[in-house]
Design a protein around this ligand. Structure first.
Ligand SMILES: [Zn+2]
Ligand SMILES: [Zn+2]
Length: 269
């Protein structure tokens, strides 16, 4: 059932430094399931990365923006417009295409022109649940900014994958990922370089251990300026991978890289 399901990292960077420098790209995630293509959090450069990594933007039919920050929404207009070769069908009639899932306060940052191209616009928040083809899509809770936001979990018959989005830890952080096989974790900061809006390794470690059962794999993603950039002392990502591996006993701790292609089958193997 999930033979062809695939995740492509169109950007492993997060925050304004990477938006500015593109030292790590900010194009979001492309998730392919059941012959459906979803683009999650298309930040600035998303359309460039799709082309760079030979992906076809016209195949995208599900658009997700988990909150209104620029590194999650910057290219949404370009991605919606690029999901179609034409605005008109063969009878020269304007048609709508695609489904957008986002918060109510993100809608105003996407142009009306592009919103009008969509067939469905779903205002979404943590705790919401919806069926999309063979997926049950669930909004997970985040504690990130004063704006609305959610993480997202896809439950399929044969596996479950979740994306934390930007958040810090809170009571119940682990529980909402119980039963998840693959967790994509937006880990902006290394070790104890904590921040009240984002995750740092030492903060999140005890919570990762509480997820029951322990996931098959964790994909570390959305690295910030303190994690790996010309302004960080070094690239801290390898040491964070080792630390999380050691502490959680999860073998597959995968560090996102720009353009990294992950077959769901290989991860679940
Ligand atoms: Zn972000
Ligand atoms: Zn954010």
């Amino acid at each position: 059932m999930h033979k062809k399901d695939e995740l492509i990292i169109l950007g492993s960077g997060g925050g304004r430094h990477h938006v500015r420098t593109q030292y790590r790209a900010t194009g979001g995630l492309l998730f392919k399931f059941n012959n459906t293509q979803a683009h999650i959090d298309p930040g600035p450069g998303a359309i460039v990365r799709l082309n760079q990594y030979n992906e076809d933007p016209t195949k995208t039919e599900l658009f997700i923006a988990t909150h209104l920050h620029l590194d999650h929404t910057g290219d949404m207009g370009a991605i919606i417009e690029s999901s179609r070769e034409s605005l008109y069908d063969k009878n020269k009639k304007f048609f709508k295409k695609g489904t957008l899932i986002t918060t109510s306060d993100t809608l105003p940052v996407i142009s009306k022109y592009h919103l009008n191209m969509l067939e469905n616009i779903i205002e979404f928040k943590a705790g919401n649940c919806l069926r999309f083809k063979n997926a049950k899509i669930i909004g997970t809770k985040v504690m990130h900014s004063n704006n609305e936001g959610f993480g997202i979990r896809f439950n399929f018959d044969s596996y479950s994958i979740a994306y934390s989005s930007d958040t810090t830890i809170f009571d119940g952080f682990a529980k909402q990922f119980n039963g998840v096989n693959i967790l994509i974790l937006n880990l902006l900061r290394p070790d104890s370089v904590s921040c009240k809006r984002h995750l740092a390794t030492d903060q999140v470690l005890p919570y990762l251990k509480k997820i029951d059962p322990i996931p098959n794999a964790i994909i570390l993603n959305h690295f910030g300026v303190y994690m790996d950039s010309p302004l960080s002392k070094k690239n801290y990502i390898p040491s964070q991978v080792e630390k999380i591996k050691k502490f959680t006993n999860i073998e597959k701790i995968i560090a996102a890289e720009d353009g990294l292609r992950l077959k769901i089958d290989d991860i679940l193997d």
